[in-house]
Design a protein around this ligand. Structure first.
Ligand SMILES: C[S@@+](CC[C@H](N)C(=O)[O-])C[C@H]1O[C@@H](n2cnc3c(N)ncnc32)[C@H](O)[C@@H]1O
Length: 209
């Protein structure tokens, strides 16, 4: 979903809103340099597993109701998607205590990150900004992406659709505000697609003068 090349995977990366997913665990296992932030990292293994187990049936139920909004290729069925996500959570949880001690899982939330200017080469944010356009305001979108641009040389955000499968109504206003502020923003096609039509990521870079 972020078109990550082998070269990208050697960069210093911050993943924002990484939640109970296993990108950090997997990249660290193959030698990477990644820090994840999410407000759920205030909780311990037991509390995170319990919370995910509680919301799992609701998410599966919701997916069943909106099944036609997704492409069932990478995942052949809702059940297979569910078990893949649960395996990802288990990989994450197995790595979480060690990763927390190493400072790879940080309890923080956008739009304010506890990092120095340009501390990272790359900031990634999946399935939070734009997807939750009803819950996250335009101001929060803009301040979050500006904050990501402050801490990283390059920012990638995916998807650009909201939960209803339509282009996020925040997208064009966010693009305009970022451009006005001198941030270079563009869309780039990606190979991944699960939500129908979610074929592009946003790439933002601070202009060098
Ligand atoms: C749908 S999950 C996406 C998880 C992962 N990025 C993925 O693509 O599978 C959204 C995540 O955003 C996190 N989140 C909510 N508010 C946030 C904020 N203000 N800053 C950063 N993350 C936030 C949630 O805790 C949750 O883990």
């Amino acid at each position: 979903m972020f078109s990550l090349s082998d070269g990208d995977l050697e960069k210093t990366i911050v993943g924002c809103g990484d939640g109970p997913a296993c990108f950090n665990a997997e990249l660290t296992a193959r030698v990477g340099n990644v820090v994840s932030i999410d407000p759920i990292y205030q909780f311990d293994v037991k509390a995170i597993r319990s919370r995910v187990n509680t919301v799992y049936p609701e998410i599966m139920d919701q997916l069943q109701k909106t099944k036609e909004k997704y492409i069932w290729e990478n995942f052949s069925s809702i059940e297979q998607l569910g078990s893949t996500r649960m395996q990802a959570m288990e990989s994450f949880l197995a790595d979480y205590p060690k990763g927390k001690l190493e400072g790879r899982y940080v309890n923080a939330m956008l739009p304010k990150l506890p990092f120095a200017n340009k501390q990272f080469d790359l900031a990634l944010c999946s399935h939070y900004l734009f997807l939750y356009s009803e819950q996250v305001s335009l101001d929060e979108h803009v301040s979050s992406i500006l904050e990501l641009c402050r801490v990283a040389e390059e920012v990638r955000v995916y998807p650009l659709l909201s939960l209803d499968g339509q282009e996020s109504e925040q997208l064009q206003p966010v693009m305009s505000v970022l451009s006005e502020k001198g941030i270079l923003v563009s869309f780039k096609e990606v190979a991944y697609q699960f939500q129908k039509g979610a074929v592009e990521m946003l790439v933002a870079k601070t202009q060098k003068i």
